[in-house]
Design a protein around this ligand. Structure first.
Ligand SMILES: O=P(O)(O)O[C@H]1O[C@H](CO)[C@@H](O)[C@H]1O
Ligand SMILES: O=c1cc[nH]c(=O)[nH]1
Length: 242
């Protein structure tokens, strides 16, 4: 749908926002995705430099917009996209630090669920705890896409941290023992927001560094592995729009 400045955070200009939005943390990565993967991209948002674009991919309209870093930023943009711009599905496309031996540098991780140290979900006022989990059909589409594209995608639980620099790094061992594949900073917030708005979400991540092996991708390697994640995410996005 086309709107002319509804929210303080997103100000739509002359492009519509698609039903499905890809969201990297970095707005410049959103620009890169728009320019390299979408046809005829048009910028729809520049407020706070949180760049957003809409274009087409294999004939279907797809948007891409930065989320910023951390749950509060992701929660704000995802809520506005779902509730004010009629978006049905958001796919996070991010980087993550490996925790498990099941993942190595460059692997693509599909986040089935996200544990977190964030208290953001307390606002849903559940007795106990609202589980941040992916939308199954989108998860299934991404797994099928990865198989078809011969991409090594590992499906499992990730850890969404409020801290990039956690003051007690020894918890990484516990996270690993409890089966977490990788750590990043937005997925749980996206999944909570989606369920709260009765919409869909999926988080697809590339392992950019490993907290136990100490390895990290060079800038060139990041670009190449990022391409594999993009192919999987675009296919899953394509499948999720009619
Ligand atoms: O690559 P992005 O999507 O920004 O994701 C990861 O990178 C940032 C930290 O460097 C956090 O946002 C984390 O979740
Ligand atoms: O949040 C993040 C993202 C990439 N690598 C990390 O170690 N943490």
């Amino acid at each position: 749908m086309t709107k002319s400045s509804i929210s303080a955070s997103i100000s739509v200009t002359d492009a519509e926002i698609a039903k499905v939005v890809l969201m990297p943390g970095d707005p410049l990565r959103a620009k890169h995705v728009a320019e390299h993967y979408l046809e005829n991209p048009v910028c729809f948002n520049t407020v706070r430099n949180m760049l957003g674009y809409t274009g087409t991919y294999r004939g279907k309209k797809i948007s891409v917009m930065g989320s910023g870093m951390g749950i509060p930023s992701m929660g704000l943009y995802a809520t506005e996209l779902y509730t004010q711009f009629d978006v049905d599905a958001i796919i996070r496309i991010g980087s993550a630090g490996g925790l498990s031996d099941q993942v190595k540098l460059r692997d693509v991780v599909v986040a089935m669920a996200a544990s977190t140290n964030s208290n953001y979900g307390a606002a849903y006022n559940m007795p106990g705890y609202l589980a941040p989990a992916a939308s199954y059909d989108m998860l299934a589409h991404s797994v099928e896409a990865a198989k078809k594209l011969n991409v090594n995608a590992v499906v499992g639980t990730v850890y969404t941290s409020d801290h990039f620099y956690y003051p007690r790094p020894e918890i990484n061992q516990q996270l690993r023992d409890l089966g977490h594949l990788a750590v990043e900073m937005e997925t749980a917030g996206l999944y909570w927001t989606a369920v709260g708005c009765h919409k869909k979400a999926l988080s697809i991540l590339t392992i950019s560094d490993h907290l136990f092996t100490g390895e990290a991708l060079s800038a060139e390697d990041r670009q190449e592995s990022f391409h594999e994640m993009m192919e999987v995410a675009l296919e899953a996005a394509w499948q999720s729009v009619e």
